[in-house]
Design a protein around this ligand. Structure first.
Ligand code: F6P
Length: 352
């Protein structure tokens, strides 16, 4: 996110913009996401604390750091239990914002879309390690998270190999299996389990036993938090949903490690990567994509082409109406991207 913020600021404040396109902007950072726009009127000190002018000096080094220096929150102004959307719209007017650039996943962008429908000039930038937003082949943070998954599994191999253990590694990914699938492919996992395909516990056990018979010393199984065995519901860490309507998932790795242990008598342990995979310095790809998405967002503002999300599609940075991404997710295609026999990545690429 920080890289996108930096490049929004640098592009919007670039002198060339005035010379070449006849526009000039100021950039205000809004702290803690939508929450930062929910504090009553401008006289309220909390309101002022959440609005911060940004310039090129402030953001100069931001792209080297993960997360967001502006902070974030999981607050939806359209939460039916506490609808604050009118306050948000009033504040946008009071601040005289010509446009709001919202960076986030399905929750954040659903709010952006509703605000756009109410007449606010909004541009979205896709950011989620889940890579589950539709109409874009990339969402910021994904590659960095894959790097963490790969590095952590490399570390686990030390113990797995020495002790001949099975490690079940739980990644994030509520509905989409991209982190587990592509993380599992990158680290060479023996089995990959994703939310898009319910798995059979017996089949997992058989694969593990076959692997051992074939001479494997240990097995790495990568499972997405949203994956589940046939006949089960998702494993939920805490009851209830957040303001965006998301459940807190977790526990499938522990459950599966126990099942494998009980059935195969092989030593199996679980590791939950949790927020570790969402942290650290962004990889080169995320820094570059944050840059391109940030620049493209300002291009859309200059063109007054509002209500759009910046996307990356077929190798090109482009845009699509925010409305088009609503209500659908980018999921793994089981037919072409997953091997339901081996519970792993595909083994045919060209001949499909
Ligand atoms: O960013 C989406 C996500 O990574 C999901 O995969 C996961 O369920 C969720 O975030 C967990 O987020 P938190 O625990 O920070 O609310």
């Amino acid at each position: 996110m920080n890289s996108a913020l930096k490049w929004v600021v640098k592009t919007a404040l670039d002198d060339r913009l005035e010379k070449e396109r006849g526009v000039q902007y100021e950039v205000l950072g809004i702290r803690e996401g939508w929450k930062g726009l929910t504090y009553g009127e401008s006289a309220n000190p909390e309101f002022r604390e959440h609005i911060t002018p940004l310039n090129q000096d402030i953001v100069r080094t931001w792209d080297r750091y993960g997360g967001t220096f502006l902070g974030t929150s999981r607050l939806s102004p359209y939460d039916p239990k506490n609808d604050q959307s009118k306050v948000v719209i009033d504040n946008i007017e009071q601040l005289g914002l010509e446009a709001v650039i919202a960076i986030g996943g399905d929750g954040t962008l659903a709010i952006a879309c509703r605000l756009a429908q109410e007449g606010v000039n909004v541009i979205g930038i896709p950011k989620t390690i889940d890579k589950d937003l539709s109409e874009t082949d990339y969402t910021l943070g994904f590659e960095t998270a894959l790097n963490v998954i790969t590095e952590e599994v490399d570390r686990l191999r030390t113990t797995a190999g020495s002790h001949r253990r099975i490690f079940v590694v739980e990644t994030m990914g509520r509905s989409a299996g991209w982190l587990a699938l592509e993380g599992g492919e990158s680290c060479g996992a023996f089995i990959i389990l994703i939310p898009e395909h319910d798995f059979s516990i017996e089949k997992v056990n058989e694969l593990v036993v076959e692997g051992r018979r074939a001479g494997a010393r240990y097995e790495i199984i990568v499972v997405a938090e949203g994956a589940k065995p046939v006949g089960y519901s998702e494993f939920v860490k805490e009851e209830g949903v957040d303001s965006f309507g998301h459940k807190a998932l977790g526990g499938i790795a522990e459950f599966l490690a126990k099942e494998i242990r009980n059935s195969t008598k092989l030593e199996s342990r679980s590791v939950v990567l949790s927020h570790l995979q969402r942290g650290g310095a962004p990889c080169a790809y995320d820094r570059r994509m944050g840059r391109y998405f940030g620049i493209a967002a300002v291009d859309l503002v200059v063109k007054k082409d509002f209500g759009k999300m910046v996307c990356y599609k077929n190798g090109k940075i482009t845009s699509c109406p925010l409305e088009e991404i609503m209500g659908k997710l980018n999921l793994v295609n089981i037919e072409t991207q997953y091997d339901t026999e081996r519970y792993n990545g595909r083994r045919t690429i060209i001949n499909m």
